[in-house]
Design a protein around this ligand. Structure first.
Ligand SMILES: Cc1ncc(COP(=O)(O)O)c(C=O)c1O
Length: 406
């Protein structure tokens, strides 16, 4: 599976030409994931909006747009990227708890499908922006369904007491207000319970609550068209491809046959398996009773292990025979939290060997930084069994200071 999507000969060619560390994406793995959603949800025929925050590289976004996907964006910058990559405005939705007035106006001028508002004050700001443009804003409300997705607390977003969304009571007030406004057009309702959710049960619970709410709203004369169940479908540790079939059953069980158009906003489950971080061994050393491999990628390139305790499988490029030892794989950044993986069993790699950190296509590059004044990694796309191209050049030391003023 691994060598099918990431052939060692291509990885070596990428390292030789583009250098390391480099994010490497597999076009065929990305397409496979996009299509797996279409297959799993064929009975419901929803609108899929790729969550750009997982990986906003223009080459991947363009592939999703070509496959007919829409986009889920959470900032003016992501909206700019989505439009530039070719997503149709009428398939783009805009989420996020703190959209500025400039961002709301940009969204309205772009003709998006709808805006997921997260507070009454945001709805008032949206109304004002729409009035200024003399239009009526397509509105959806992000509702906090108070469901625990049993994931990491930093990526739990659908429980009351968090900053996301509004309660059903508050949402009802917002919809009743919007129904009486000339500049607001209520069209949908949304939830997003969290990320890296590995069970369909919380979706079924949240969808059931949303469905019942939409029915109550209809009884009060507010007829919605869209039921948006967010993203968050998880990726199992390992390099395998997540299958959204169970999610499809849970969502279909609630919204199938209702006439509502379902919207999904997956990011991680599409992008994670299609990407890996290619890195080179700089040094090997022992510290106490531990074996360390120091590589040229670091927490500034992939911060998930440090922030979420995420576990990424690591493989030697081309494989390596010999007795295996347990290693911590660490980077050059001056923080003890700078590790890519701990307790990995590998045959001792030689100095200069290439390692591949797997399942790193989502929240990898998009969360990377220049911490320790380390230029961001290059990004390469494998386009066929023996072809690849650079889709973002490596930053340089000059790039580090390019925006500074004397
Ligand atoms: C509103 C919203 N939609 C979709 C997503 C995508 O989630 P995931 O990448 O886990 O599928 C997120 C992630 O934080 C989100 O906040």
């Amino acid at each position: 599976m691994l060598s099918r999507y990431f052939p060692p000969s291509l990885l070596k060619a990428i390292a030789a030409k583009a250098g390391t560390p480099a994010y490497v994406y597999s076009r065929s793995a990305f397409l496979r994931q996009l299509r797996s959603y279409k297959t799993a949800f064929r009975a419901l025929a929803p609108l899929f909006c790729y969550a750009l925050k997982a990986n906003s590289n223009g080459a991947l976004c363009a592939l999703a747009a070509c496959e007919g996907w829409g986009a889920d964006v959470v900032s003016g910058g992501e909206l700019y990227r989505a439009l530039r990559a070719g997503f149709k405005p009428e398939k783009i939705i805009f989420s996020g708890v703190g959209k500025t007035r400039e961002e709301l106006e940009y969204a309205l001028r772009s003709g998006l499908l709808f805006i997921n508002a997260e507070s009454f004050e945001e709805v008032l700001a949206l109304e004002e922006a729409a009035a200024k443009l003399k239009i009526s804003a397509p509105l959806s409300v992000r509702i906090n369904p108070d469901v625990d997705p049993h994931t990491h607390r930093y990526i739990t977003t659908g429980k009351l007491g968090g900053k996301f969304g509004v309660s059903f009571e508050e949402a009802q007030k917002i919809y009743m207000y919007a129904a009486g406004s000339r500049h607001l057009r209520p069209v949908g309702a949304q939830f997003h319970i969290g990320s890296q959710v590995r069970s369909a049960a919380p979706y079924a619970r949240a969808a059931g609550r949303l469905g019942a709410f939409i029915v109550r709203l209809a009884a009060r004369g507010v007829l919605l068209k869209y039921a948006d169940v967010g993203g968050g479908w998880g990726v199992k540790e390992g390099a395998e491809m997540p299958d959204p079939a169970a999610l499809a059953r849970a969502v279909g069980g609630v919204f199938g046959g209702t006439g509502l158009k379902v919207i999904l906003e997956p990011g991680r489950s599409v992008a994670a398996p299609c990407g890996a971080l290619l890195t080179k061994v700089i040094y090997r050393k022992r510290g106490g009773d531990k074996n360390f491999i120091v590589v040229d990628a670091a927490m500034n390139d992939l911060i998930r292990p440090a922030v979420y305790g995420a576990k990424h499988p690591v493989a030697a490029v081309g494989g390596k025979r010999g007795p295996r030892k347990k290693y911590d794989i660490v980077g050059p950044v001056c923080e003890s939290g700078d590790f890519l993986a701990k307790g990995v069993w590998l045959a001792e790699p030689s100095n200069g060997a290439l390692l591949l950190v797997l399942s790193a296509g989502a929240y990898g590059f998009s969360m990377s930084s220049q911490y320790n004044s380390r230029p961001r990694a290059a990004e390469a796309l494998i386009t066929g069994p023996s072809s690849w191209r650079l889709v973002r050049r490596r930053e340089t030391w000059k790039d580090l200071v390019a925006l500074e003023l004397p």
